[in-house]
Design a protein around this ligand. Structure first.
Ligand SMILES: NC(=O)c1ccc[n+]([C@@H]2O[C@H](COP(=O)([O-])OP(=O)(O)OC[C@H]3O[C@@H](n4cnc5c(N)ncnc54)[C@H](O)[C@@H]3O)[C@@H](O)[C@H]2O)c1
Ligand SMILES: CC(C)=CCC/C(C)=C/C=C/C(C)=C/C=C/C(C)=C/C=C/C=C(C)/C=C/C=C(C)/C=C/C=C(\C)CCC=C(C)C
Length: 598
């Protein structure tokens, strides 16, 4: 068991656009700090085989093993990789580790200095901040849907977790204050105390979610693009598969409207969906809604001791333990194709790596807009972009505050929408707040709490500003958000601030390499549930995508599933799992046709 993995092995601080105020002494600004991870040096050497491709020799740190392998030792990465994964977000790491345990030789290339992407971390002044949100689904010890636990176990890791008794505390218009308790009955009682006339509708809507969740939870989860597996599941669990197939094109809002009439309760269901999809219930696929609305009661929300960043660190270490490799500061700028097949990647420093398959954990917009060069946008991607647009990014405020400002019974996660339901999807309209130190006090110095506040914000709002205007705007916007929280939740909040850093969509774009800092794909209008969401194969032979612009979308557990599916499909294609070329061709054509219906 790994106890506090992040804190025990990581003594360095990592920068996450440290624009700060209310803080003395001022922080040192570092754009890309080099911890032990940053010590990789590269040089190219001659090829020992007849290949015309450059063989890459690595001097210094290779793999993770806390970032260092005997400095100065020349390590030959060699060739013959089965897969190159571009990016070490949870999607990329799960795909990489799952392939590695199946016996594949994998190389993960990460632009930044640590793994994790939006699930990374940074440390400052004794605080360990999660870069993204701290609500972890799929991290329990039961069922088939605990995909984070399973991904870690696959590479021999286990993290200590702290159960959260309340997934989220909603503070909504008209004094609607609902705690989502881990215990389902307690949550239903609390919700029905506000809407007694809708008790039946509430039970029926959440009951529908449970039917879907139980079906999902009964399946062995692998690639829905692999026919032998898919038909096998239909054969073994016909009712469950038909339930899922029926619900694939459905959205939560439409199903809620079958059972519920009260407009305020429907707005509450919108808020339930918005916190995970950044869109209302009418636009949120029913399968995804069911997954999160039930897992929080089934397995519960569990926080990893030491912070969310420990998950990626453990996976990256597991990858290396399996004989595969990860390189940091490896910025892929193009995917090399030969006769229409993806065969390798080129980095910004000119190095090239080659493999049988290439898996991109960059968003589809980045993959097809930047990395695949000289090709017109494939039809499949055109269709994807017709159905989905980039969701806005976030403004994030990471703060350290004096502990006494929080009442003793404060919950860990809050969602605040003050007066007007119509502000739900507006930029800065609602506020997300996580206080992970409620669960794990080791993340902050004694007597302090971490507040991670975030709200939707789009890139347009931050373009065209001078440096001084940009920083001034950060202060103004952050100040206003903090004032709102002070008024609604924590009187005296401002004067309790000991540390603060503000990140904007530009920060997310820069540090997470996500086009416009997007949170992920968002349906352009009312989608047909998950029908239009592409899986992992692409129209370029040998090129696969993984992460939140693949089925089933945003969220750590969702991208972990995407990683599992991707690894299975790739393993079948490189001969590590069974496959049937004839059935493959039929299924892939059928799935492609389904997507055109979305
Ligand atoms: N539930 C939560 O609390 C929570 C918390 C954090 C993150 N998330 C979710 O995680 C999801 C994202 O996960 P993901 O796996 O899709 O990806 P990601 O965006 O987290 O990671 C992608 C990684 O790829 C790297 N990368 C991108 N382009 C590159 C290039 N050209 N060369 C090298 N490296 C490159 C980035 O640096 C990053 O590390 C989001 O949808 C978000 O919802 C959820
Ligand atoms: C193929 C065909 C045609 C058919 C077939 C049928 C079948 C069999 C089907 C199947 C299916 C499946 C398996 C599916 C699956 C799915 C899944 C797994 C899903 C998942 C999902 C998940 C999700 C979406 C998640 C999400 C999450 C998130 C996003 C989170 C977030 C959070 C946050 C932001 C936090 C908040 C905070 C505060 C409030 C503070």
């Amino acid at each position: 068991m790994l106890t506090s993995p992040l804190l025990s092995v990581c003594n360095h601080t990592f920068s996450y656009n440290p624009i700060n105020y209310h803080h003395t002494p001022p922080l040192k600004f570092q754009s890309l700090p080099l911890g032990r991870y940053g010590r990789t040096e590269f040089s190219s050497g001659s090829c020992s085989n007849a290949s015309r491709r450059k063989r890459v020799l690595v001097k210094g740190s290779v793999g993770l093993e806390e970032g260092v392998v005997e400095s100065g030792k020349r390590v030959n990465l060699g060739e013959g990789f089965d897969a190159i994964v571009i990016g070490s977000g949870i999607g990329g790491l799960v795909a990489g580790t799952q392939l590695a345990v199946k016996g594949a030789r994998v190389l993960v290339l990460e632009k930044y200095v640590i793994p994790g992407g939006s699930s990374g971390f940074y440390q400052r002044d004794g605080y360990t901040f999660d870069v993204g949100s701290s609500v972890m689904f799929g991290f329990s010890d039961k069922g088939n849907l605990n995909l984070i636990t399973q991904a870690l176990e696959a590479v021999g890791c286990r993290m200590e977790v702290i159960p959260d008794p309340t997934t989220v505390h909603f503070h909504l218009p008209n004094h609607l204050s609902v705690r989502v308790h881990k215990e389902y009955d307690k949550f239903i009682d609390e919700l029905t105390s506000y809407f007694p006339h809708e008790k039946d509708g509430i039970l029926k809507f959440y009951g529908e979610c449970w039917k879907i969740f139980n079906s999902l939870n009964s399946l062995e989860l692998k690639s829905l693009e692999e026919p032998l597996y898919l038909f096998g599941q239909f054969f073994q669990k016909p009712l469950e598969c038909l339930t899922l197939a029926y619900n694939l094109p459905q959205n939560a809002g439409a199903i809620a409207r079958k059972y519920i009439q009260d407009p305020q309760l429907l707005s509450f269901i919108d808020a339930e969906c918005f916190i995970v999809s950044t869109v209302n219930a009418l636009q949120t696929p029913m399968i995804n809604a069911s997954m999160v609305l039930c897992d929080r009661h089934f397995g519960g929300i569990n926080y990893p001791v030491g912070g969310v960043g420990g998950i990626a660190k453990s996976l990256a270490k597991g990858l290396v333990d399996q004989g595969s490799q990860i390189l940091y500061k490896a910025n892929v700028t193009s995917i090399i194709t030969e006769q229409g097949k993806a065969v390798g990647v080129r980095l910004s420093d000119g190095r090239e790596f080659f493999a049988k398959t290439i898996i991109s954990n960059a968003t589809r917009w980045d993959t097809f807009g930047k990395l695949v060069k000289g090709e017109s946008l494939p039809k499949e991607e055109e269709n994807f972009q017709k159905v989905y647009v980039k969701a806005p990014s976030f403004l994030s405020i990471h703060m350290g505050v004096k502990a006494e400002v929080l009442p003793l019974d404060t919950d860990c996660h809050h969602f605040v929408l003050e007066n007007n339901w119509s502000n739900l999807e507006e930029p800065y309209g609602s506020i997300f707040l996580s206080i992970p130190t409620i669960l794990d006090s080791s993340l902050a110095p004694e007597g302090r709490h971490i507040l991670h506040i975030f709200t939707t914000s789009s890139m347009d709002d931050w373009q065209g500003l001078s440096r001084i205007e940009y920083e001034a705007k950060k202060q103004v916007v952050a100040d206003e958000i903090i004032s709102r929280l002070e008024k609604k939740l924590f009187p005296g909040l401002k004067s309790s601030i000991e540390f603060i850093e503000v990140g904007t969509p530009k920060t997310h774009r820069r540090y997470l390499a996500r086009d416009e800092g997007t949170y992920g794909p968002m349906p352009r209008s009312i989608p047909k549930g998950l029908l239009g969401m592409p899986f992992n194969t692409t129209s370029i032979d040998g090129l696969y995508c993984v992460g939140d612009s693949c089925f089933p979308g945003q969220g750590v557990i969702a991208v972990a599933f995407s990683g599992v599916m991707c690894a299975h499909r790739v393993a079948a294609d490189i001969g590590l799992e069974k496959k049937s070329p004839v059935l493959d061709a039929m299924l892939l054509r059928l799935l492609g046709w389904f997507r055109t219906l979305a």
